[in-house]
Write a protein that binds this ligand. Structure first.
Ligand SMILES: Nc1ncnc2c1ncn2[C@@H]1O[C@H](COP(=O)(O)OP(=O)(O)OP(=O)(O)O)[C@@H](O)[C@H]1O
Ligand SMILES: [Mg+2]
Length: 249
């Protein structure tokens, strides 16, 4: 097994009470999770169980209230070191893409932020568009001139262009219709084989999760209640909540 790219130990997140005060809400209650390079961990669980909160912690967008975190073996302290190393693909590519920016520019932007020279940026944009299966002409289009599936490919290209070591897919295929979804799942698998990033794949769709994941973790009320290899998981789920989830498929 590779060294974990992300390692969380006993992580807690308490959202502060509202503006009227009141007690906080414990969205994560002692979560420990590792994701290795080249590995996909699927995260399933009901709405509100804390999946996106866990993703935001992994991405460094939300500081844990307590617990330990390491990125590539280092304490999760310095933001600079992580620039371009962590990426996310969300459910609605519209959220990641500026509607007034040509797609090529949106894909290129993360490279500008990490100071990659212009000539290299252009070459990398062309390469990643090819890898996500879009011909170079798409670079000149606006997001509004693309289908949903094509837009999601642009969002994936943008997330991967910096060669991140860890990528979160938070309901990344959920808004796509079924045939496009299958293509997107295959694309994610191919890109991971090529780039070797560790991935956290969050979805309500158990079949999709099983298809892309090496391991699966089940969240319930801010805790991981079961975790194991994807194959074993679906044959002999242990936790009663997991059995209920499986029975619902
Ligand atoms: N900024 C916030 N402030 C206060 N509470 C929050 C905040 N963000 C999320 N929560 C609460 O934390 C809990 C976990 O939310 P989270 O978004 O992590 O769930 P989720 O598992 O991603 O759900 P879904 O499947 O619906 O996306 C929910 O009860 C939610 O209301
Ligand atoms: Mg969520």
């Amino acid at each position: 097994m590779h060294d974990p790219v992300i390692a969380l130990e006993d992580v807690r997140v308490t959202y502060r009470g509202g503006f009227l005060g009141g007690t906080g809400f414990d969205a994560l209650r002692g979560v420990s999770l590792d994701v290795a390079a080249g590995e996909t961990v699927g995260l399933v669980g009901e709405s509100g169980s804390g999946k996106t909160t866990l993703a935001r912690v992994c991405l460094g967008l939300l500081a844990p209230t307590a617990g330990q975190m390491r990125f590539a073996g280092q304490p999760f302290g310095k933001l600079r070191q992580r620039r371009g190393q962590l990426s996310v693909v969300l459910q609605h590519p519209e959220w990641a893409l500026n509607p007034r920016l040509r797609c090529g520019r949106s894909v290129e932007e993360p490279l500008v932020l990490i100071g990659v020279p212009a000539a290299e940026r252009r070459a990398r944009v062309a390469a990643i568009l090819d890898q996500v299966g879009l011909d170079p002409g798409f670079a000149a289009r606006l997001p509004g001139q693309l289908s949903g599936g094509q837009r999601q490919r642009i969002a994936i290209a943008r997330a991967l262009i910096t060669s991140p070591r860890f990528v979160v897919f938070d309901e990344a295929v959920s808004a796509l219709d079924v045939s496009v979804q299958a293509q997107a799942l295959n694309l994610i698998r191919d890109l991971q084989a090529e780039h070797g990033f560790g991935a956290l794949f969050i979805s309500h769709d158990l079949a999709a999760t099983r298809y892309v994941s090496d391991r699966i973790a089940v969240m319930l009320e801010g805790q991981i209640v079961e975790e194991g290899p994807a194959a074993r998981f679906y044959q002999t789920p242990e936790h009663p909540y997991t059995r209920a989830l499986m029975a619902a498929v």
